[in-house]
Ligand binder design. Sequence first.
Ligand code: NAD
Length: 482
Amino acid sequence: MLHLKNYSNGKLVAPASNTYLDNINPATGKVFAQIPCSDASDVDAAVEAAEAAFYLWSTIGVEQRARFLNAMADYIEAHLEDFAKAESLDNGKPISLARVMDIPRGISNLRFFASAIQHTSTDAHHTEQPNALNYTLRRPIGVVGCISPWNLPLYLFTWKIAPALAAGNCVIAKPSEVTPYTAYLLSEAAIAVGLPAGVLNILHGNGPAVGQAIVEHPKIKAISFTGGTKTGEHLARTAAPMFKKLSLELGGKNPSIIFADCDYNNALATTVRSAFANQGQICLCGSRIFVERSIYEQFKTDFLHKVSLLQCGNPLDDATNFGALVSEAHLQKVLSYIALAKEEGGTILCGGERVYLDDDELKGGFFLAPTVIEGLSPYCRTNQEEIFGPVVTIMPFDYEAEVIEYANGTPYGLAANMWTQNLSRATRVAEQLHFGIVWINCWLLRDLRTPFGGVKNSGVGREGGWEALRFFTEAKNVCIRY
Ligand code: NAD
């Protein structure tokens, strides 16, 4: 049994309450670790340490900060297999995916912001009559909070921590209580590279306890949050009256739009990936697949065939490319949506049921067969609410304007993907899609310099590149009359 600890003021420590939560391996359904059940006292202690470290960290210089971030990236790279295994055990995702996506991206996040912070510039404005010179400083905010979800644990955790630290802030970070393991390993990385005490503090525990205490703490001046839309709403209600800076990356209900003039094989293979990668538990997954009617039947047949080839099994096996859902509660939520889809008149073309693997160790795991549903209106609940699992709907369309209306017709606006070889159509449709991200003839192709985030109920603010560095700094204009 593993016993995880908080990382506070440079040390691994027990929570003030000295109580712990069970951490379950989704592939077996068994407890494999205990994690600190932290509360407001732990947040108070971490904030005190972070405040004490702020002067040193914010004045140490960008080269030094970059050196620490790169050293942490080097540490993860040297222990990549341990991190990938931890991510797979904790989340149920195939280790083959964690090795090539989650952990390398965690490394890239640290390296990207280590480099970016050394290439920043600020504005200067020359005023005439009267003559004055304005220059704008971008100063770190102070102590900031970073709260992340369970679906891409290290990937999203470092996506926040790296720009916050690079910009010179001290951080109180909380990973999801469902997947804390790689965040714990990151605290070992911070200790190994000698990150000054208090600069980064990682507290484990439940959202309503330790997460809420971070959001409420008067000395934490900004919160970067990724998670569900309902939690985001609650956070905004707490933080807004305290005038905190807020970045909210929330849920999605993303469309995949397949036009008849697409590069068919590429569209087909990528749509299987965009539907079912990480068991459909990526906020960017396309869960509503719209196919132009002239190729609908062919695409549906070929899609179902390719889905049938997904290898559901032990996430730690190299051959597995479809793992377990993250928890029993989440599995039950996803199953309830499959039941709803049936009530709404949907036909289950494949999947639809829990899978009990024929293996003593794995028979209690949270596996669900990849599920494709046909025959639903774009406006029914199944097509409006975020399911966040391996469940997609497939629907035909006749006209461009029609599919744009379907795609835009949910409360969400995170990411859309579209397949066509017609450049004019691609640009025209992209312009009309109400989403923060539109991928054309690709999916999840990320350049870390680009703005990342959604519109409508998918969030407020953007991460990535300068957007993240701007979020984690305050502008101060200095005006000199001469
Ligand atoms: P969640 O909202 O339940 O939890 C996210 C984090 O918030 C966790 O660390 C949790 O402990 C914490 N939390 C919960 N209540 C809190 C409170 N009152 N105060 C402070 N913190 C609190 O989300 P989840 O189930 O972990 O993640 C899945 C959701 O995340 C999905 O909706 C998915 O779309 C979304 N997501 C969005 C993006 C994006 O970039 N837009 C990326 C990944 C996941």
